[in-house]
Design a protein around this ligand. Structure first.
Ligand code: NAP
Length: 287
């Protein structure tokens, strides 16, 4: 029988007979979903956790839950209740609160933590990057004169740019906006990554974008905008990653498996991948 496991506003649909997992994957990224596919193929008893920010999260081939745990205390309780032995933090590099909670909770619960981290993007010769420490600093860095700005930062912190209402913003969101967004001159593209260089270059040209604001997420799935800006000679206001307490960290799924092999039983891989491992390409819709 499926168990319900919801917290706060979240709806959760874990499907497990045992309610006991060796591995908890903190997700919300393409890498977490790729890891979930690999863990499913390897037959690892793992559960994937989503924060619940997107309306239709990708259905993974392992049990999953949705919503906050309730801080460090709630995460410790979840780890102990489900007999978790290893937590893999595969959250976005800017999910600093969740990652900090994971460091503290794993220490308290006495379980192993591994972060699966993307390598940050690095400025290449000819790039016009302006590095800033925060989104607030990015809004300031756009300057006083009106510009056409691509905001590749998601939905959560758009209000920060309300302090610079003179610019025309193009925002890319995973879900269609519900209600009014907090910026006066705003248009929205609804699309789910990974994005391609050709599409992002065409989008920037068509919308006559002259500056791109990006978080230094790193990785391939969101890099297209950086490559397109490079090709078109656009300025990039690049927000540096937030600080996260020290923790063991790797950059590839193979390295995660190597660490897991020392902690949990890793059966040999199943040859054919599950159908849900095939990436679904979403059509791009415009508002
Ligand atoms: P955050 O500020 O670090 O986390 C805020 C709170 O949200 C956490 O304290 C936790 O609540 C809950 N939470 C976050 N990730 C969770 C997860 N995977 N499972 C369960 N609860 C989670 O995080 P955020 O920056 O809002 O990001 C939220 C999610 O979106 C993350 O899963 C992240 O991977 C994904 N994401 C973030 C960005 C970004 O730019 N920040 C970009 C793409 C994807 P409790 O304290 O109640 O446990």
């Amino acid at each position: 029988m499926p168990t319900m496991d919801s917290h706060g506003k979240a709806v959760s649909i874990p499907v497990s007979m045992s309610n006991r997992y060796d591995v908890l994957v903190l997700g919300g990224t393409a890498e977490a979903n790729q890891l979930a596919d690999v863990l499913a193929r390897r037959g690892v008893a793992a559960v994937l956790s989503y924060a619940g920010r997107t309306e239709n999260p990708k259905q993974p081939p392992i049990p999953f839950r949705v919503g906050g745990f309730g801080g460090v205390e709630g995460l410790v309780r979840y780890i102990l209740d489900h007999r978790i032995r290893v937590v893999i933090d595969a959250t976005h590099p800017f999910a600093a609160q969740m990652s900090t909670n994971a460091v503290l909770a794993c220490a308290e619960a006495g379980v192993k933590l591994i972060a699966l981290e993307r390598t940050p993007w690095i400025e290449a010769q000819g790039d016009k990057w302006l590095r800033v420490p925060s989104l607030e600093a990015a809004a300031d860095a756009l300057g006083k004169a009106p510009r056409r700005v691509f905001l590749g930062i998601g939905r959560m912190h758009l209000d920060v740019f309300a302090s610079a209402p003179q610019h025309a913003y193009l925002v890319r969101l995973i879900d269609p906006p519900r209600g009014k967004l907090p910026l006066p001159h705003l248009s929205v593209v609804v699309a789910r990554g990974p994005f391609t260089f050709a599409n992002d270059k065409a989008l920037f040209e068509e919308r006559r974008i002259d500056v791109v604001v990006a978080k230094n997420s790193g990785g391939a799935a969101a890099e297209a905008k950086i490559l397109a800006a490079r090709k078109l000679g656009l300025q990039v206001v690049m927000v540096d990653r937030p600080a996260i307490p020290a923790r063991p960290s790797v950059t590839t799924i193979d390295e995660v498996l190597a660490v897991l092999a020392t902690e949990v039983r890793l059966p040999e891989p199943v040859v054919s991948p599950p159908a849900s491992a095939v990436p679904v390409k979403q059509p791009m819709r415009r508002w």
